[in-house]
Design a protein around this ligand. Structure first.
Ligand SMILES: NC(=O)C1=CN([C@@H]2O[C@H](COP(=O)(O)OP(=O)(O)OC[C@H]3O[C@@H](n4cnc5c(N)ncnc54)[C@H](OP(=O)(O)O)[C@@H]3O)[C@@H](O)[C@H]2O)[C@@H](O)CC1
Ligand SMILES: [K+]
Length: 468
């Protein structure tokens, strides 16, 4: 599990670690990890490190200190290193180390004229407030186009929310220390990090509210049938999706539901859609008892009735698309999963779409609290929030997954996982993980359509199940 801690949690852990090993040792661990990552990036871009050129942007605090000590390490390994101080008193021991190793301080014209291969952003880290001060902003603009390795975080992002309300650095690589921060996992700040590398500096941390499942976590949560299982103990999922106008949504939602995670799939919908579903999926049966419902994908005007019928049964329900508009009342926190994209969540909350896209974590949590539901907010990094404030960020997927009908497959899959007995938070986050992984497998780096995702699901599940 990858966990993202808050600044307060990191500060508390830092105090403990400093009491044990001293602050110098801690900074040296961070700086050495940073230097190795910068050297890797130089090798990746230039094929070697010797004789390459690195420019450090150095702010007032320890983030600048990390950059300076890493610069000293690089200078000792044959890299030409210059530092552009953006504060009156940059970290004194770090600056002394850089100068002793052969690095030099420069002003902005000197920095631009240095023609660096890489910038190291040591302007601010977890001590920073969002935005860049004018001199930092001016430097970042003057050096635009030079690839950036960010120290701990890209400077200027909001660390604990992942929001980017002000100008900030855009990095190719972010080397973060001790643990992930919310900003390294959650968009839009995560998109400013580029590739994130975590350097272990020996912090002991509590459980975090924001986390990301990894393959091993998903394998552990996966509902795998035992020798005594039969179709009813594995769970029956009901699908009330699609409509006369959108019959394809029924097929895709059923394809997600029939990916093998539940023991049986029932479909309930308009006759002509029902016959198409049965033709395509002979294993699907009609109305009857279910352990979970998947409702709303392509539901059109029929979504309100489908939702009311599903909510009438005392089982968990995953609510998508057209059905979201008809959610008028709260249900208990245990039974409901909502799967909006940013536009649908904006409509639900009565806010502009841009607000949701700029602060997805806050809005997903707000909606989860308001509806007493698990909210799966679809996006480049899908978020799953529960009413208590816990959040899982999805790490799988491909930009090609932004394709018509992909959400319908996800709704069916989450329904099947609910029916199999996973709680709503696990069902939604495991569903999002499997869906993204299946899309990557199906597309193999290229385009895909929604039904490809459904077809790839059993292969992904099989690979995970054989690992446990
Ligand atoms: N925690 C750990 O375990 C470890 C932490 N380590 C490292 O320490 C970093 C935290 O260091 P930190 O506390 O010194 O704060 P930091 O981020 O350097 O910046 C604060 C200074 O920046 C300024 N400033 C504020 N906002 C600004 C803005 N928008 N734009 C420009 N400037 C701004 C503000 O200055 P002032 O207001 O005083 O002028 C303030 O003094 C952490 O991210 C990691 O890299 C590792 O070495 C070892 C283990
Ligand atoms: K930084």
């Amino acid at each position: 599990m990858r966990q993202a801690h808050t600044v307060a949690q990191v500060r508390a852990a830092e105090e403990q670690a400093i009491a044990a090993v001293g602050d110098e040792a801690l900074m040296q661990r961070a700086a050495t990890g940073l230097a190795v990552a910068v050297a890797d990036e130089l090798r990746r871009r230039r094929g070697h490190t010797y004789g390459t050129r690195v420019l450090l942007l150095v702010g007032a605090g320890n983030n600048g200190g990390d950059a300076l000590f890493a610069g000293a390490w690089l200078a000792r390994h044959g890299v030409a290193v210059r530092a552009l101080p953006l504060a009156e008193h940059p970290h004194a021991p770090g600056l002394a180390a850089l100068l002793a190793a052969g690095g030099r301080a420069v002003d902005l014209p000197g920095a631009v004229g240095f023609d660096a291969d890489l910038l190291v952003d040591g302007i601010v880290g977890i001590g920073g407030s969002p935005g860049l001060r004018p001199d930092a902003q001016q430097a970042v603009e003057a050096l635009a186009g030079v690839p950036v390795v960010a120290v701990d975080l890209p400077s200027g992002v909001a660390v604990d929310t992942g929001e980017t309300p002000e100008p900030h650095v855009q990095a190719e690589v972010t080397v973060t220390f001790g643990t992930h921060k919310v900003a390294t996992l959650v968009d839009p700040a995560a998109a400013a990090c580029g590739e994130v590398r975590l350097v272990d500096i020996g912090l002991v941390l509590p459980d975090a509210d924001v986390e990301a499942l990894e393959a091993a976590d998903v394998a552990t949560l996966l509902p795998v049938p035992g020798r005594a299982s039969h179709k009813y103990t594995r769970g029956v999922v009901g699908v009330r999706a699609g409509s006369r106008a959108y019959p394809g949504a029924a097929l895709l939602c059923v394809a997600g539901a029939a990916s093998g995670m539940a023991g049986m799939v029932r479909y309930v919908g308009p006759d002509e859609v029902d016959s198409r579903v049965r033709q395509r999926f002979p294993e699907v049966v009609g109305a009857g008892r279910v352990q979970a419902w998947a409702v709303g994908s392509g539901g059109d005007d029929e979504a309100a009735a489908a939702l009311a019928a599903a909510l009438g049964d005392d089982v968990p329900v995953v609510v998508d698309a057209d059905a979201l508009r008809h959610l008028h009342h709260r249900r208990g926190p245990s039974g409901l999963v909502l799967t909006p994209h940013a536009g649908e969540l904006a409509a639900l909350l009565g806010e502009p779409r841009g607000e949701v896209e700029g602060a997805p974590l806050r809005h997903a949590r707000d909606a989860a609290r308001r509806w007493g539901a698990v909210v799966l907010l679809k996006g480049p990094r899908t978020l799953v929030a529960d009413p208590g404030g816990r959040v899982r960020v999805n790490s799988t997927g491909t930009p090609w997954l932004a394709t018509a009908g992909a959400g319908d497959v996800l709704t069916g899959l989450v329904g099947a996982l609910l029916a199999s007995g996973l709680d709503p938070f696990d069902a939604a986050s495991v569903g999002a993980w499997l869906h993204g992984a299946a899309a990557s497998r199906a597309g193999r780096g290229g385009p895909l359509v929604a039904s490809d995702v459904a077809h790839a699901l059993p292969e992904i599940v099989g690979a995970l199940a054989s690992e446990v």
